[in-house]
Design a binder for this molecule. Structure first.
Ligand SMILES: *[C@@H]1O[C@H](CO)[C@@H](O)[C@H](O)[C@H]1NC(C)=O
Length: 495
């Protein structure tokens, strides 16, 4: 099994080296759209009935009989590199999800399989010409139907993302394509190249990208790591996805046979597609992502801010308002559909900590809708003196307004046995020597509602937590009063 993987990697590395030799055959400048054009790309209107409805830019009269409705938006799905020359199953899933949820929309599938099923670098070299084929089609629609480009949405997966970008850059005039969505745009031979040689924000009025497999191995990553859009989403940090680890490989193989191996390798890459499908299917479970400098800061929970376009909705229903520069947005997801998770930032104050300790805590929350159950908190460095720690907690349910918080210090067995020994040795002074954790306020901000709730101990003594003890924290008095005022004045947002 490992052998196959190594072989795959070697093959790709070999191909990439080959590619360096071919590179440099740069694109012709824009404006080459006019001359008649023979292409190996075909376009199919979805859903297909018995008569195959291939869309030919030179014979557009066939379009209406195939069900193309020029008053509706047009979505073109473009696939990526192909190993076996077959359309992958996600394409029909995505097309079906678009058609059945948006209804008044034309869905077209780009088929460039004959060019895609080659060595990776050769397929890369074809991306410009496939992009130009799409541009030709859109140009023909513009001329014959006065079909506006801003009603066009290109969705491209892997190499298809860059193809969509090239399509945008081949179109002339001030009018641009409405939207391009890059689903884990391909990394090898595109990472670090100039914006005109890959998908970039200039290619359409609005460009969004979902990065799901940027984990580097052997010097390259399958998905591109750099930002290429107006909004670049990095679910779970973007490098790898939950449910895709090698641990699951045996499950996949038992389900799909040897195909399972390929499924596992593709898992994180293709997750970008399924996140997008999820946004169409589960309308009441839209995932929010938050602008953040890097994965580490996001994991500390310091980025759950929605002011000034800092957060946005992942997938089809994204908010298209944007300000020039690329934004990197982060979020956590579940390992399967629906992928949505609710994000909470916790800030815990520790007061007068005498000994340095690194406690492991469990928190549970009660909200007006649900209870959270036990949430283990891992504190990565010892606490001493006065300290305030922040971390990110994710839950798969909406708890409603938070009412009550329970905190427990999970003593390790080691701690307990040490403590018991100390007690036996010095039976008189024991009670004061027992390790104590003094917890001040606990403040929780919910990313999805932007509400902040602060919890306090009910009495002064209740602040002092001992090993294996449960302590209940309630909303601080000031906080409840503020909450009531806010409710009354009708503004729920905590800005
Ligand atoms: C085209 O779509 C519109 C809705 O956007 C609909 O009202 C109209 O009837 C459709 N035309 C045809 C020929 O189906």
């Amino acid at each position: 099994m490992l052998g196959v993987k190594v072989l795959c990697c070697l093959l790709v590395v070999y191909q990439l080296n080959e590619a360096k030799k071919i590179k440099g055959s740069r694109a012709e400048p824009n404006g080459a759209l006019k001359e008649p054009h023979a292409s190996l790309t075909s376009f199919r209107l979805f859903p297909e009935d018995e008569d195959e409805c291939t869309v030919d830019p030179l014979q557009l009269h066939t379009l209406t009989s195939c069900g193309f409705n020029s008053s509706n938006p047009l979505i073109i799905i473009t696939h990526g590199w192909s190993v076996d020359g077959m359309l992958e199953s996600w394409i029909l899933k995505l097309a079906t999800a678009l058609k059945s949820n948006l209804i008044h929309v034309n869905v077209v599938i780009t088929d460039w399989l004959s060019l895609a099923q080659t060595h990776y670098p050769t397929a890369v070299k074809s991306t410009r010409s496939v992009g130009k084929d799409i541009a030709h089609l859109l140009q023909a629609l513009r001329v014959h139907y006065r079909y506006p480009l801003k009603k066009v949405h290109l969705i491209g997966y892997s190499l298809g993302a860059h193809i969509s970008g090239f399509a945008g850059s081949y179109l002339e005039g001030p009018e641009k394509i409405g939207r391009i969505t890059g689903l884990d745009p391909a990394g090898p031979l595109f990472e670090g190249v100039s914006p005109s040689d890959r998908l970039s924000p200039d290619d359409a009025d609005f460009v969004d990208a979902i990065h799901t497999f940027t984990r580097e191995s052997m010097g390259f990553s399958v998905g591109i790591n750099q930002a290429v859009a107006h909004y670049d989403f990095y679910p779970n940090g973007g490098d790898f996805q939950p449910g895709c680890d090698l641990r699951n490989i045996y499950e996949h193989i038992s389900q799909h046979g040897l195909l399972g191996f390929e499924q596992t390798v593709k898992c994180a890459h293709e997750r970008s597609v399924h996140l997008f499908i999820d946004s169409l299917i589960n309308k009441d479970k839209q995932s929010t992502a938050y602008r953040c400098g890097n994965k580490g800061s996001f994991d500390r929970g310091v980025c759950l801010d929605c002011r000034r376009h800092r957060c946005n909705t992942l997938g089809y229903h994204i908010n298209k308002a944007h300000t020039g520069a690329s934004k990197r947005l982060y979020l956590k997801t579940r390992s399967q559909m629906p992928y949505k998770l609710y994000h909470y930032q916790f800030r815990v104050q520790f007061v007068n900590q005498m000994e340095r300790i690194q406690p492991s805590l469990t928190i549970s929350l009660t909200g007006t809708k649900e209870e959270s159950g036990d949430i283990p908190i891992t504190i990565t460095e010892p606490i001493s003196g006065k300290a305030s720690l922040t971390f990110l907690i994710t839950l798969d349910r909406d708890l409603g307004d938070l009412m009550l918080l329970k905190l427990r210090w999970e003593g390790t067995d080691v701690w307990k046995s040490v403590w018991n020994r100390v007690k036996t040795m010095i039976p008189w002074g024991g009670a004061e020597k027992q390790p104590l954790l003094t917890v001040g306020k606990i403040s929780i901000k919910a990313g999805e509602t932007q509400e902040r709730t602060t919890f306090c101990a009910m009495t002064h003594e209740e602040q002092e937590v001992q090993i294996s003890q449960d302590k209940v924290f309630v909303r601080c008095k000031a906080d409840s009063a503020k909450q009531r005022r806010r409710k009354r004045s009708g503004s729920v947002r905590d800005l």
